[in-house]
Design a protein around this ligand. Structure first.
Ligand code: GLN
Length: 279
């Protein structure tokens, strides 16, 4: 049986079948096309079918292949971190614009804190896309932090301080930017999600408590103390949380609050400033 025929038999997975095969064989697209009509070895056939069975049992593709693409790079993932989502790339893009603006205005290199770093996809990408100041990345989970550390090492993102911390409790000092994609899904919504998400992403990386806002309340109350004057917050939010998170930030005296949409036109990022240093 050729690799092409093998794929035909896994047609139920559509494009994911090819991605799965390429990842298992460690092939790029050229390698796959070169070999598509050659005979598949019996061990490759078995390996592929085992992976297909896992996928049919709703194990996410990224957990089978052990990696997830984010901002043009592959991040190592496992059951202790949230699989990076493309929606989060918007947060990185917006934070990078702010970092570059500060570089252009010769304000020096921005110091950045990434709260709830998970796989490290935000902190690592910021470093590799040109953020040259001190970067601190924190998470409550030691396993997540270990994964983030490995991603930084594998992708060559140097000098990121990884800190085990429950939100701000282990964070000292002040930053120019605080970025975060905190858990924000209301608990009763988690029950309605696909099995790939609710059974495989860590619950602690999804759950924002009963109303989804638990971590925004902590951030709104405490981020001011950890931002320099004129510092900015960049938070990912759920598509229907723009109003409630804006209100929380406004209550805690943040200014210039802006909601930014993702590529699907849904509210996805909120940014605000601490122009008035009254914290
Ligand atoms: N910061 C990580 C990400 O954006 C993890 C977020 C989380 O666990 N809620 O993917």
């Amino acid at each position: 049986m050729t690799y092409r025929e093998l794929l035909k038999e896994s047609a139920v997975l559509k494009d994911e079948g090819r991605l799965l095969l390429m990842a298992l064989m460690d092939w790029d697209l050229t390698a796959f096309l070169d070999r598509a009509d050659s005979e598949a070895s019996p061990s490759d056939v078995i390996r592929f079918w085992e992976a297909v069975k896992q996928r049919e049992a709703h194990v996410p593709l990224q957990h089978i292949t052990g990696k997830a693409p984010f901002y043009g790079r592959d991040f190592m993932v496992n059951g202790s971190v949230l699989i990076p989502r493309f929606d989060t790339e918007i947060l990185v893009y917006e934070a990078l614009k702010e970092i570059r603006k500060r570089q252009d205005q010769a304000e020096g290199e921005a110091e950045v804190l990434d709260l709830c770093t998970g796989s490290g996809c935000i902190a690592v990408t910021l470093r590799l896309e040109g953020a040259a100041g001190r970067i601190t990345a924190s998470d409550l989970s030691p396993e997540a932090l270990e994964t983030a550390r490995k991603n930084a090492e594998l992708l060559g993102a140097s000098d990121i301080d990884f800190v085990l911390s429950d939100m701000f409790s282990g964070i000292s000092g002040q930053f120019d930017l605080i970025v975060s994609n905190p858990p924000y899904i209301p608990d009763d919504v988690i029950r309605t999600l696909d099995p790939e998400v609710k059974e495989h992403d860590p619950y602690m990386a999804l759950s924002g408590g009963e109303d989804g806002l638990v971590f925004y309340r902590i951030i709104a109350a405490e981020a001011g103390r950890h931002l320099k004057k004129g510092g900015r917050l960049f938070l990912e939010i759920g598509h229907d949380q723009g109003k409630s998170v804006s209100e929380l930030l406004n209550k805690h005296h943040f200014t210039d609050i802006r909601v930014i949409q993702d590529l699907n036109g849904k509210d996805r990022v909120i940014t605000c400033s601490t122009d008035l240093k009254i914290f």
